[in-house]
Write a protein of this length. Sequence first.
Length: 150
Amino acid sequence: MAKVIGHARLEQIARRAAGIDLDKNKTARVIDMVEKKLYDLLKVGEENASYNDRQVIWLSDIPLTMGFRLSMQKFRELEEEVPIEDILKFLASKPPLKYPLEAELENKLPEIVGALIYIIAQILKEVSEDNRYPSEDELDKTERILDLTL
């Protein structure tokens, strides 16, 4: 199944974003979190487009809070890249959205995914006792925090 980002790339971004190290099992968990939250954001965008009587999901339909936007900026400052092709392959493997994405939103997908990785890495750093090697329990806690806030 298509993944939104590869393990090595995610590991590199997490290390640069928050100084944490993730093994392959933990990167798989983080990738799952990123994919779930990306799809959740797009589903909310789909609802918002429908409420606004549009048949295209605009960037403005995605609920990006000020904190999320600041995380997008922090991700851009890392000068890391998330390949859009991987994101589009992942989305093609999911149940289709009711409406297509506008070009501006599609072009922002790498930054949105990058911001999700940045946010998860920062939460892991905050909740981790070790601050460098998060445990499975700390990954569980991070996932619960994401579910409550995004």
